[in-house]
Design a protein around this ligand. Structure first.
Ligand code: RIB
Ligand code: CA
Length: 323
């Protein structure tokens, strides 16, 4: 059993990742921290509570509200990708009697802010805790600033972010989570703890098609797959209209899949830096990943360079169907 804390900007693929985590016995979710990114942190926090209400896990993780904006720059969000509510606009869905299909949650939050909550969980679990970050790294950077000694005890940070040998998805060279808060990301890659970066290079190879989701639902019309269909429809429309396929990239679920089964990704040691000053390159993740240059650099993180995409999708459905 791996004790994990998920830090999320609670967009659609975050929701799918949280479904996967909640459905996997390998993971004990000690908490969920929210951060502004795909959507403002108020919506991100409400979204996590909605996801938990929809899945109704046997043990409900604590939720902590996090940073409203990046460390040193204005917030950039992605409602055009994830919907006005960040969850594919499922908060507008109604049941036949007109009642909300996904009503606002009655559950509350822990009193600690996300950074303090993260520190608290690292203090409790030390090297037994894995941080899985699915959004901008603002909360984790703040936790390191507040208490570097405790944060140095964390077991591993698994980071969805970056683009090395592929284009960015927010600028030509920058992936969204890093683009939104490059200063925070720069702090984390230089922080001396075990970490693995899961970049677009691998996550854009993992696609959930609408056809597969509809087929899986048709043969197993479970509440969790109904939620999955509802939450991913708008996000799939975006990919259909912008990326040319009727489905969606599984950025965050691929990252959680790695926490469950490390063999789904192939990683290499690298010296990663984050560009924070470039007029056109802010948010770029910079590393020389050429095998023939291995050993020439000072390693500060592992970078995923290969993925068994089929296994990630199979893992996703095998866990959700077991619910
Ligand atoms: O670039 C993809 C990442 O940015 C995903 O985590 C997505 O949810 C957004 O946060
Ligand atoms: Ca995310």
């Amino acid at each position: 059993m791996k004790h994990v804390l998920i830090d999320t900007d609670a967009g659609v693929d975050d929701a799918l990742a949280i479904l996967l985590a909640l459905s996997s016995r390998e993971l004990a979710i000690e908490g969920i921290a929210t951060v502004a990114g795909n959507i403002d942190v108020e919506h991100a926090t409400a979204n996590v509570l909605t996801i938990l209400d929809a899945v109704f896990p046997p043990i409900r993780p604590s939720v902590a509200r996090g940073a409203e904006r990046p460390l040193n720059r204005p917030l950039v969000t992605a409602a055009h990708v994830h919907g006005e509510d960040g969850l594919g606009n499922i908060t507008t869905l109604r049941r036949p009697d007109g009642s909300p299909k996904y009503p606002s949650s009655r559950h509350g939050l822990v009193s600690l802010g996300a950074a303090e909550f993260i520190i608290d969980e690292v203090r409790k679990h030390g090297p037994g805790l894995t941080l899985i970050t699915l959004g901008p790294l603002t909360n984790v950077a703040e936790a390191i600033r507040l208490n570097p000694e405790t944060m140095r005890r964390v077991g591993e940070i698994i980071i969805m972010g970056g683009a090395f040998r592929t284009y960015g998805n927010t600028s030509p060279v920058a992936e969204f989570n890093i683009f939104v808060d490059p200063d925070a990301a720069a702090r984390i890659v230089e922080f001396d703890v075990p970490k693995t970066v899961v970049p677009l290079d691998v996550t854009e190879q993992v696609i959930l098609t609408r056809t597969e989701l509809e087929c899986r639902y048709a043969s197993n019309p479970s509440p969790i797959l109904d939620f999955t269909r509802d939450v991913s429809s708008f996000y799939m429309d975006f990919h259909r209209d912008n990326d040319g396929f009727d489905g969606c990239y599984m950025h965050d679920p691929t990252t959680v899949a790695f926490a469950i089964d490390r063999s789904v990704l192939m990683t290499v040691p690298a010296e990663v830096h984050v560009e924070c000053k470039g007029e056109y390159t802010a948010g770029m993740t910079v590393a020389d990943l050429r095998p023939e240059r291995a050993g020439r650099y000072r390693t500060n993180t592992e970078v995923a360079v290969g993925v068994d995409a089929g296994r990630v999708i199979d893992l996703f459905f095998s866990r959700l169907l077991a619910c």
